[in-house]
Design a protein around this ligand. Sequence first.
Ligand SMILES: Cc1cc2nc3c(=O)[nH]c(=O)nc-3n(C[C@H](O)[C@H](O)[C@H](O)COP(=O)(O)OP(=O)(O)OC[C@H]3O[C@@H](n4cnc5c(N)ncnc54)[C@H](O)[C@@H]3O)c2cc1C
Length: 420
Amino acid sequence: MRVLIAGAGIGGLTAALSLHEAGIDVEIVDAARELRPLGVGINLLPHAVRELTELGLADALAASGVTAEEMVHFDLHGNRVWGEGRGTRLGYRWPQYFVHRGELQMMLLAAVRERLGADTVRTGTVLTGFEDTGSEVRVELRDQATGTTSTATADLLVGADGLHSAVRRQLFPDEGAPLWNGVRLWRGITEADKFLTGHTMAVLGTKHVAKFICYPVSREADDRGRALVNWLGEIQLPDDELTETADWNRGGRLEDVLPYFESWDVDWIDVPGLIRGAPEILEYPMVDRDPLPVWTHGRVTLLGDAAHPMYPLGSNGGSQAVLDARVLAYELHRAESPEQGLAAYDKERREPVNAIVLANRHNPGDAILNLVAERAPDGFDRIEDVLTADELAPLARGYEKITHTNDLNVDSPWSIRRTG
Ligand SMILES: Cc1cc2nc3c(=O)[nH]c(=O)nc-3n(C[C@H](O)[C@H](O)[C@H](O)COP(=O)(O)OP(=O)(O)OC[C@H]3O[C@@H](n4cnc5c(N)ncnc54)[C@H](O)[C@@H]3O)c2cc1C
């Protein structure tokens, strides 16, 4: 079996490694002329770390990222509202990592080139269309440098081509642009002193005013006693309109984001200083797409953001792409025909991931912070005076249940050695 993957992001590269492990031939095309370590921080949840560990990448991950020990919510004055452990602190056998998205992508790319061959990933090659003949898939490709077009054939096509997927567009031509929820995100990475445990994701503020999220992403900086702090400022303005196309790498301006946070005075972290200190600021509208009724069409399927773009909340975008990739290879390995394998992958993954897309539209952490802001706008001494234990409890673990991490320690990883 020969699989052509469109897109060498975290999803496409993990799929290539997993399919190779299953003895399936793979070729990847990516539109980017050169794959560079772009983006800022993302989280890898224990379920994804388990799968990357199965692929032999545990040491590389540990050398790159910072283990996540806790996620804590604060009001905009820095008063602690609620927190809970993360990764092994929650009882999982695998850690959660804060990682640099680009570094993770480069790590996966290096593994693909080493294991599958240097020519496995063709950069500068855009997939522009495809035809499923019933016995194979013919894809149309365009060379970015010369503009020349060519065709290639494969037994299967996997569209791992991200938010603006060409494969998805051909399958669902009437879908239109991604959906925006009115929130703008400014993102950056700034070297600073370590804060709190040195392994904390901190969420401060409220959706009513402005929200700030930060966590460290570099093991190398951590070893030097410093933190490369990935930060994210979230603003929602009434009557704001989106005129641009969502692009993960669009530059942002200091003067657009700093005013919302300039007056913040938190004694354990310098929020305006982090924003001012970033060598580069990126701006991104918070978009997703409605869940799809089907991912697999004959010999063509979708994976990662192409299948289920979601708000970058809840640490699931990259992690679910990794899981998709692992289940895809597992199902193709054991299926009697390629089409059956793709259908089984769709059946296993689509509904659970669609539920996460919908859950991310109602972030339970936001609900907590909004409640606190309404009841104690000027801060508080004791959170017990603001929220009851009953108000906190269901919010705290509800999201995690949807993401199915609870069965992690007992289920087998999605390796081809998995039984059942
Ligand atoms: C440059 C970039 C920066 C990002 N930064 C962040 C970040 O800072 N924080 C965050 O939470 N998420 C970020 N993301 C998104 C995050 O990587 C994904 O949500 C998640 O990892 C799932 O990845 P994916 O492999 O499905 O898609 P992606 O990571 O989006 O990868 C898709 C790949 O497909 C390629 N591609 C697109 N169209 C075509 C085509 N027609 N033909 C061939 N190739 C194509 C793209 O070049 C890209 O390499 C970023 C994505 C990109 C592409």
